[in-house]
Design a protein around this ligand. Structure first.
Ligand code: ATP
Length: 444
């Protein structure tokens, strides 16, 4: 399917079904800021849960952290962000619109620069624009009260290096992971939630002996890539891109981006990055590590897998989006229609199942509600008794619910319900008493 039109359809679905919509839309929105609705927050939480489980809880060499968002300026002074966390900004002299220079260079080379709004070729020279968001702490807005909203979660990990290491008596190699909000005053936010000004990151700083950097770098590239595949991203839409010398951040020795075929710009765009940041950060903040066995003291290197939660959500949504022409559901009314199915990995799906009584009659709604309340103790489950059963199946397909459970009149006799699988469309009769265990097996 053509990714550009998929994107338009997805944006519309996301709003209509309560996944994602512009923040403060009632007041015209705020460019680069998005709200995640009831289904969006479930999806996002499931992504974060899957990442945390894989990279923190199931490993014995990684611990977690949740640090403050607003950070002491000294951190960003030492890290080089105040000096260098900037984008090249150019301004169209005709319509005064501002752009990120690299957006043009990426598209067709800086030489043919033309304003996409007024077509003027008259631009101001590029100047550095620091993309960190600033605020003041306390009642007086003076320079000593300036603090920053973190543009990445990584620096807080570096600053807490010794405290965390000592508290848990950690020995190299070990990692500290963090999931949390980051803020960047992007010059050109856009492409839905791909580039926002407020977003979430999943970052891991893995500290190693400098001699092991090549091995660990490769390992983290593979682990990161595999995580996306395991959560269902299609292999043909995922690739590794090795940054060229001139593209590398000044502190990085090596960086591989995992790119997804988002469809806009060049087709492929960065989903996450894995960087060998060397000893740059720990050195900048003045940390050392003492190896008691080798009796040596040195500054560890760090390998950083860094992913955006929102970008991951967008990739999972785009990848899952599917349209099936007619005949998927058995009702005649839907046969000619195109049915949308969100084939999200079941761990990511907002609702794990939906309970659908065949009729609204008390006879069926009684046991159906009972089942719904029982399942709700264990899983995120929906209940829907409005409109025809075919229409309700379609509503659940559109939001990616893996299992639909129908309570019909036979259920009253045989104490069984029909479970329909979103992808195989297979229907099974399962005893009501077994349903919790049935879903439990599928959502371990
Ligand atoms: P880009 O080149 O797209 O601006 P970057 O190289 O600046 O990204 P990093 O600093 O490496 O990005 O951030 C790590 C990850 O954080 C990115 O791979 C992406 O998933 C996410 N990310 C970065 N900036 C944004 C943003 N403005 N909106 C949403 N996600 C972002």
């Amino acid at each position: 399917m053509d990714q550009t039109s998929t994107m338009d359809k997805l944006i519309s679905l996301c709003k209509r079904r309560g996944f994602i919509f512009p923040s403060a839309e009632k007041y015209g929105g705020l460019q680069g800021f998005w709200d995640f609705g009831p289904l969006g927050v479930e999806l996002k939480n499931n992504i974060k849960k899957a990442w945390w489980k894989r990279f923190v809880q199931q490993r014995d060499d990684v611990v977690g952290l949740d640090s403050a968002i607003i950070t002491n300026s000294a951190v960003w002074q030492k890290s080089g962000h105040i000096e260098g966390f900037s984008d090249k900004l150019i301004e169209c002299k005709n319509c005064n619109r501002r752009f990120k220079e690299s957006d043009f260079a990426a598209a067709d080379g800086a030489a043919t620069l033309a304003c996409p709004y007024c077509n003027s070729k008259n631009f101001s020279p590029a100047r550095d624009f620091n993309t960190m968001l600033r605020t003041y702490i306390g009642p007086v807005e003076e320079s000593s009260a300036v603090a920053y909203l973190r543009p990445e979660t990584a620096q807080n990990i570096f600053v807490d290096f010794d405290t965390v290491r000592q508290a848990l008596r950690l020995k190299l190699p070990f990692g500290i992971a963090q999931i949390g909000k980051a803020f960047r005053n992007e010059i050109t936010p856009g492409n839905f939630i791909f580039r926002s000004r407020e977003f979430e990151m999943m970052e891991l700083e893995y500290f190693i002996h400098p001699k092991d950097d090549g091995t660990w770098f490769k390992k983290w590239v593979e682990e990161s890539y595999q995580w996306f595949l395991d959560l269902g991203l299609k292999k043909e839409n995922l690739r590794k891109y090795e940054q060229k010398e001139e593209e590398l951040a000044h502190y990085a020795k090596e960086t591989i981006d995992i790119e997804y075929k988002f469809g806009f710009e060049k087709g492929w765009a960065e989903l996450m990055g894995i960087a060998n940041r060397t000893d740059f950060d720990l050195k900048a903040h003045g940390f050392m590590y003492k190896d008691d066995v080798a009796k040596s003291e040195f500054v560890p290197f760090v390998i950083e897998p860094s992913a955006g939660v929102d970008r991951a959500a967008l990739a999972f949504l785009l990848d899952a989006y599917d349209e099936v022409k007619g005949g998927r559901t058995t009702t005649t009314e839907s046969n000619k229609e195109v049915e949308t199915v969100l084939r999200l990995h079941k761990d990511l799906a907002p609702y794990k199942a939906a309970v659908l009584p065949l009729s609204k009659k008390e006879q069926l709604s009684g046991p159906a509600k009972e089942l719904y309340h029982e399942l709700k103790k264990h899983f995120m489950v929906d209940y829907d008794d409005v409109a025809s059963i075919g229409r309700r199946y379609r509503r659940q397909d559109e939001i990616g619910t893996p299992y639909c459970i129908t309570v019909d009149f036979d259920s009253l006799e045989d104490k069984k319900v029909t479970v329909r699988d979103r992808d195989t469309m297979k229907q099974e009769r399962v005893a009501i008493a077994e349903i919790t265990a049935y879903l439990g097996e599928r959502f371990r």
